[in-house]
Write a protein that binds this ligand. Structure first.
Ligand code: AMP
Ligand code: TRP
Length: 345
């Protein structure tokens, strides 16, 4: 696994007043290795040094309501929570919960929405792309960023570990926090985005010009490696990955498809780029792909085993999520009490 991604808490004293980490993933589609590398594996690193909150963003999933069936949303939300734990998020170190179980998020989202100019929301790339793909656009899609800002600010989070496609959402979160602080008095700390140095944007194996994404994965085989894929499917997907006519394995000069395979190899093996180049001297892309299959399969096996055990224990997962929601609510409700004072309601 890639070296430490979160800043290390340097001294004993610092660890006593731990900083807060928050992140989340929407409960749509199938989680893939890009989600694992860009987000989940970062969350799992150094949990003991932080106060951590990891939520399933199931209210954000509703921003495209046509895309989700209620029963499926319920099932997916639990699955995503189970994948958090299976990927190494320790419920003893981190609060794991469903966003919808802490209604204070939506309360704060309203107040933040009232201090957010519509122009800021209309400029968001994700809004423009998603709105263009729909006949009618719900106001929830436009207000997506104010809810995300509320998710983060309600815990006064310091760090938000995400893939680099979320950076614009983090920028607007800071803008909204600053505007609130300006209007009502400095209250919210400005959260920092944490991206991996390598692996913050994993590309599609079938088309390295596209980010690996849940929505493309739902339509096309060979695009993504899902966290629950069997070894056979992993093999087929990686062996079919786009490369080029060359054969030399070097990070700097690699074509986008080969670079993507190399980044996957780098992050999952934890080896340095120079060690990887040396290892593959005189070997071709076939060898790189075969070894990457091994690496991915051995990374996914324990995650899949743990996931199935968690899903089999329905009560255990329910208890974990309700405990998480109770702990998160304690913090969130305090923020709401403070904010009510500040804004005068
Ligand atoms: P999403 O799939 O959009 O719900 O994203 C959930 C988390 O995974 C976010 O932190 C994303 O930035 C991250 N993520 C999604 N796709 C990728 C990717 N292809 N590479 C790296 N990180 C990703
Ligand atoms: N927008 C994020 C995504 O699509 C999900 C998300 C919702 C999130 N709230 C958040 C991420 C708060 C980080 C912090 O992946």
């Amino acid at each position: 696994m890639d070296a430490i991604a979160l800043p290390q808490a340097a001294t004993e004293q610092q660890t006593q007043s731990k900083k807060t980490v928050l992140s989340g993933i929407q409960s749509t589609g199938i989680l893939h290795i890009g989600n694992y590398i860009g987000a989940l594996s970062l969350w799992a690193a150094n949990q003991s040094q932080y106060n951590n909150l990891f939520m399933v963003a199931n209210l954000h999933t509703l921003t495209v309501p046509e895309a989700v069936h209620p029963a499926e949303l319920r099932r997916k939300s639990r699955e995503v929570a189970a994948l958090y734990v299976a990927s190494g998020i320790d419920p003893n170190e981190s609060i794991i919960f469903l966003q919808s179980d802490v209604p204070a998020h939506t309360y704060l989202a309203w107040i933040l929405g009232c201090c957010t100019p519509v122009g800021w929301l209309e400029r968001m790339t994700q809004y423009k792309v998603k709105a263009a793909a729909q006949e009618t656009v719900g106001s929830g899609l436009l207000n997506y960023p104010t809810l995300q800002a509320a998710d983060i600010l309600i815990y006064r989070a310091n760090y938000v570990p995400v893939g680099d496609d979320q950076n614009q959402h983090l920028e607007i979160t800071r803008d909204i926090a600053q505007r609130f602080n300006h209007l009502f008095g400095t209250y919210f700390p400005l959260p920092e985005t944490l991206n991996r140095r390598s692996g913050a944007r994993i590309m599609g194996l079938d088309d390295p010009s596209q980010k690996m994404s849940k929505s493309i994965a739902a339509k096309k085989q060979g695009h993504a490696i899902a966290l629950l894929d069997s070894p056979d499917v992993v093999k087929k997907t990686i062996m079919g990955g786009v490369t080029d006519a060359g054969g030399e394995i070097r990070f700097e000069t690699a074509s986008p498809g080969v670079k993507n395979l190399l980044v996957l190899y780098e992050v999952l093996s934890g080896d340095s780029q120079s060690a990887i180049e040396e290892h593959f001297v005189g070997k071709g892309y076939g060898a790189l792909k075969r070894e990457l299959v091994e690496l991915v399969v051995t990374t996914l096996k324990p995650i899949q085993d743990k996931f199935h055990a968690l899903m089999d224990d329905e009560r255990g997962l329910d208890a974990l999520l309700s405990e998480g929601a109770a702990k998160a609510s304690l913090i969130a409700n305090q923020t709401i009490a403070d904010v009510r004072q500040l804004v005068g309601v």
